[in-house]
Design a protein around this ligand. Structure first.
Ligand code: CDP
Length: 222
């Protein structure tokens, strides 16, 4: 049975590229028994559909059509994590009509999490500001661009992808600028978000720190 609105726990995890949002959000969800949605995959899947159709990611008509036609299995594709798809995702994500087309699905996930979970963790760029402005807990996870580039570079190398650190850093800075500078749902911390700078925190420390904030919030609520 779905949890009633007042006791549903929604955790918003926002932040720039490669800040460690995904690792943290997944761990919080698993620890607290909540459903998890990586909203970046939604934008990546839309971008992939646009690229596969031979269209450019800034082709508004093609991007909106892809967003409207998106099916759950598109989110399961194995080829969504590469850098070209991330780059194209940040271009389609800047088109207001694409964001509108994807909003209802994300809100439904938070409001009625699958399999009767008592709540959900969503990670992205605008969860605390636009998708779930009433989230129980809002975390804004960040780290210095150099540290984020180092992590992404390592992740790519470990996945067997050739990677040049300076290129990763430049791409990441360009993507941050696009995500923060767009007119619709720009990347920024919600006014009531807890900012978690993970530059000198490992994944375990970041998790413990985030969990502490969640527990404080839950105590305030009860
Ligand atoms: O994993 P990484 O941080 O590199 O990126 P991602 O979370 O998979 O998101 C890919 C791109 O989708 C971002 O650069 C954003 O432009 C866009 N996005 C967004 O606009 N809003 C979201 N809620 C999630 C992602």
């Amino acid at each position: 049975m779905a949890a009633a609105a007042h006791d549903r726990l929604v955790i918003a995890v926002d932040g720039p590229a490669a800040a460690g949002k995904g690792t943290l959000a997944r761990r919080l969800a698993s620890h607290l028994g909540l459903a998890y949605l990586d909203t970046g995959r939604i934008y990546r899947a839309v971008a992939r559909l646009v690229l596969d159709a031979g269209s450019a990611p800034d082709d508004e008509q093609a991007a909106v059509a892809a967003a409207e036609a998106l099916r759950p299995q598109d989110l399961e594709r194995a080829d969504l994590r590469d850098e070209a798809t991330g780059e194209a995702a940040s271009v389609v994500a800047g088109i207001p009509a694409v964001r509108t087309a994807l909003l209802a699905f994300q809100r439904r996930f938070a409001e009625a999490p699958p399999e009767g979970a008592v709540g959900a963790v969503l990670d992205g760029r605008d969860i605390g500001t636009v998708v779930c402005p009433c989230a129980t807990v809002k975390l804004y996870v960040t780290a210095s661009p150099e540290e984020r580039a180092r992590r992404r570079h390592k992740e790519l190398r470990e996945a067997g992808v050739e990677s040049i650190y300076s290129r990763v850093l430049a791409d990441l800075i360009a993507r941050d600028e696009r995500d923060s500078g767009r007119s619709v749902a720009p990347l920024r911390p919600a006014a009531d978000a807890v900012v978690l700078d993970t530059t000198s925190l490992n994944a375990e420390d970041a998790f413990q720190e985030a969990l502490r904030h969640v527990e404080v919030r839950l105590r305030q609520r009860s």
